[in-house]
Write a protein of this length. Structure first.
Length: 273
């Protein structure tokens, strides 16, 4: 009887392993995107963003704490609409909305780059809202893990000394001289703690502390407004491509979650430089 029971158990195991009827199917991986569409975008309909907005990231990140991402507006010629807002969503991150980029109505910004933290293998979505209110979405899959909990690259003392230091650079794009497009780069010294990082000495979690609002103006006209979260990397770095408007100066104001305000102003360099 024992031998017969063993044979029956072995046969049952073979049937389960071979995918015979009655085998319990493996659970499908959880996809947070439908819930994010509901929670973040109020279930508004979204169209395929191909030809409207593009997202560029490495398929496998070298460092999950500083993953480069570039967003491009790619409206076809003759389309009179403009991209008003781009929302960057990292689906599997603890706080999925990484940043919301509001493009000024007269800024002609066509490309935005920054660096983000990736917590686990994930889809990353870029949702563009156009001036007519329509939403368009595109996505990319990124292999990275541990970025949100990775220790800060700089010591607490170094971060404190650099807190709020702003650098601003302007330069012409070498690949688009005929179009007159230029680039600007904004760098803010800030630890941008995610709240998931552990102090290596006390072994306590470091409270979240990050830049959550950045505004850049050309003279008095808004060029770009950024609402950031814990997914933006340490020392926020934003680079953008734009067409000069004839403005004489750039002005920046940034705020963090503890109420600090950081400001800077720079003369606009001539377009030919």
């Amino acid at each position: 009887m024992v031998q017969g029971a063993v044979i029956r158990l072995a046969a049952l195991g073979f049937l389960l392993l071979s995918g015979a009827p009655g085998r319990t199917a493996a659970a499908e991986p959880y996809d947070p995107w439908p819930g994010l569409v509901q929670d973040v975008f109020n279930n508004r309909p979204m169209r395929d963003g191909t030809g409207i907005v593009a997202i560029e990231m490495p398929a496998r990140a070298e460092d999950a704490a500083i993953v480069p991402v570039t967003l491009r507006t790619t409206l076809p010629p003759g389309d009179s609409r403009r991209v008003r807002v781009i929302t960057l969503v990292i689906d599997q991150n603890p706080a999925p909305v990484a940043a919301r980029f509001e493009i000024g109505p007269e800024s002609s910004v066509s490309e935005i780059s920054t660096r983000v933290r990736i917590n686990s293998y994930t889809d990353v979505h870029a949702v563009a809202e156009l001036s007519d209110g329509e939403l368009y979405v595109t996505k990319i899959y990124v292999k990275a893990s541990g970025g949100c909990s990775a220790p800060a690259a700089k010591s607490a003392e170094e971060s404190k000394n650099r807190l709020g230091q702003i650098r601003f650079r302007q330069f012409a794009r070498t690949d688009s001289a005929s179009s007159g497009a230029r680039e600007a780069q904004l760098m803010i010294g800030h630890p941008n703690h995610s709240g998931l990082q552990m102090d290596q000495i006390t072994h306590l979690y470091v409270p979240p502390f990050f830049v959550n609002d950045i505004r850049l103006w050309q003279d008095d006209r808004l060029m770009l407004a950024v609402q950031g979260g814990i997914s933006i990397s340490e020392d926020p770095n934003i680079r953008l491509t734009y067409l000069p408007s004839g403005a004489r100066a750039f002005r920046v104001e940034a705020r963090d979650t503890e109420g600090h305000v950081f400001q800077g102003e720079w003369k606009a360099e001539p377009s030919g430089m």
